[in-house]
Design a binder for this molecule. Structure first.
Ligand code: UDP
Length: 194
């Protein structure tokens, strides 16, 4: 079974390694990809907010970011192999980005956190190509920020605005991107910043 549906949210039936492999292939093929890593709060939010549910359904892939989702799938007798977290996926994509010269854009977090995260990423992946960044405290309706990012043609845009802001922002701006992977990563920049 390709998807496991939990409360109307279709989760991709995948393990972490296969998922990263799939994303890498799509980046290389210049396919546009919107990834949501959803935990139980995301699923619950989608029950209360139809607009948010519709935005989630625009995602190319929704993966189970949380043991609660994996447990729910087991109870429904449609098991998912394991958690696929935003943070782990981001780290593996950064490794691939360094190797394959992918263009990276980082959007979100406080300016100071963002800069510390970039320093740590550059220390760990010295040949990585970060083509731009922007802190997450701006008018999320602003077209200027989106136009700026689109113009840089990133292969991967990591969006760390917290949920549901990051999913709202990606869903609202996705049509402007010609290619690339866009993924909400929650508090991952804070974790990387240390
Ligand atoms: N964040 C942001 N803009 C905002 C609100 C939050 O960039 O308007 C960032 C915040 O600085 C942090 C990340 O989003 O780096 C996750 O924030 P939070 O922990 O509040 O998100 P949640 O736990 O709601 O996913």
């Amino acid at each position: 079974m390709k998807h496991i549906t939990i409360m109307n949210v279709p989760f991709l039936n995948t393990d972490h390694h296969s998922f990263v492999y799939l994303l890498n292939k799509r980046i290389q093929q210049k396919e546009k990809t919107f990834v949501v890593t959803a935990n139980p709060e995301v699923v619950m939010k989608a029950q209360e907010d139809l607009h948010f549910m519709q935005q989630l359904q625009q995602a190319t892939y929704i993966v189970a970011d949380g043991i609660g989702i994996v447990k729910a799938a087991k109870i429904l007798k449609q098991p998912l192999p394991e958690r696929v977290t935003g943070y782990d996926t981001m780290i593996d994509l950064l490794k691939l980005a360094e190797k394959n010269h992918y263009r990276i854009f980082l959007l979100g977090a406080q300016e100071e956190t963002l800069q510390r995260a970039i320093t740590n990423i550059q220390n760990q992946f010295p040949n990585i190509e970060i083509v731009g960044c922007k802190d997450g405290y701006f008018n999320l309706e602003s077209n200027d920020i989106t136009d700026h990012i689109v113009q840089l043609q990133p292969d991967i845009t990591f969006v760390a605005l917290g949920c549901p802001r990051q999913e709202n922002w990606i869903a609202n701006n996705l049509s402007k991107f010609n290619h690339g992977l866009l993924m909400g990563v929650g508090g991952s920049f804070d974790v990387i910043a240390g």
